[in-house]
Design a protein around this ligand. Sequence first.
Ligand code: 5GP
Length: 203
Amino acid sequence: MKLEFRRRGILFVVSAPSGAGKSTLLNALRPGADFVYSVSCTTRVPRPGEIDGEDYHFLSAEDFARKLAAAEFLESAEVHGNHYGTLRAVVSEQLAAGVDVLIDIDVQGARQIRGDARTDIRASIADIFIMPPSLDELRHRLVKRGTETPEQIEVRLTNAATEMEAWRDYRYTLVSGSVEEDLQKFRAIMRAERYLSRRMILA
Ligand code: 5GP
């Protein structure tokens, strides 16, 4: 008799201070991705080149507040003065269908998901913190990216120091190196998580 294993989807929760190399890594993972990237809602204004519905669902403050009041978010937080939230329905449907989902959220959002009332959501989590090699390197990467004003960069650096204190709450910590190194480490984490016995269901 052939053994047929199924499993529920894994919720890969990725957090990093802004500029730690997370976006570069996530973009590099996209081609041929064997997971779904969850598109967050935000009240932030789009950066040049960002596409509505692809990078984020860009919402007005009113629309965001309406969704929040209707409990449509799995988690939500204010980050760097803007609101961000993950749509619960999208994530839980994919997980139930056995599809892995990756969400890119801040440390406050990750904390909320770890405390979610639903045990199946909590059990699905594989959380990964991406650390910049140093605060100097973080500043360097933010300046090089050129998408923030000097004032915004200072806000992000101050927030980064606070966010970095949360690394111990994550199952994995990945110190960012080259894109290639980060990709290899991240893929190794994904691969191992997919073989966890406790995720398996013997049909
Ligand atoms: P950015 O504005 O640079 O795209 O994102 C700023 C921060 O917001 C990043 O740390 C990112 O992880 C976080 N973020 C993006 N989407 C969400 C979300 O849906 N929920 C939470 N809690 N944080 C988010």
